[in-house]
Design a protein. Structure first.
Length: 141
């Protein structure tokens, strides 16, 4: 009797079918993964932009005796806030927030600064990439 150790046509067919199934599963998972990456990145971008604004603004608020000199929306509808001690101005224009002349946040849909002189509370309403943020800051005395 002869010993046949050759690959048969049946085993090759089984290998090809198994490999095709594995490739189809990997392709399906990859499509699902890459389709959801864009959703995650837009949410992450909005949060990152808000975090940048919050860090700059919180540093500004925590300067002792840094009162609000002026908080207004001028005639063109561009809100701004100016601090007395640091002389820094935060303004909203061209879908961005600027600290003096430096852009610190982009992709801003809307921004509104409100200051209550009695309670010394600044309310900031931001919309970044369609996500709303509403934060209140208390000025340090």
């Amino acid at each position: 009797m002869r010993n046949n150790r050759a690959v048969t046509l049946t085993s090759i067919t089984i290998y090809i079918v198994a490999l095709s199934i594995v490739v189809a599963i990997v392709a399906r998972i990859s499509i699902y993964f890459y389709r959801n990456i864009s959703n995650v990145s837009s949410n992450t971008t909005a949060s990152a932009e808000y975090t940048k604004f919050n860090s700059y603004f919180t540093d500004e608020i925590n300067i002792e005796e840094n009162e609000v000199a002026e908080c207004s929306t001028d005639g063109s509808g561009m809100p701004y806030i100016i601090f007395f001690k640091s002389q820094n101005q935060y303004s909203f224009k061209n879908n961005a927030i600027y600290r003096n002349k430096a852009k610190i946040v982009s992709n801003v849909d809307s921004c509104d600064f409100k200051y209550d002189t009695n309670t010394k509370i600044i309310t900031v309403n931001l919309t970044i990439l369609g996500k709303n943020y509403n934060t209140q800051y208390t000025v340090v005395k």
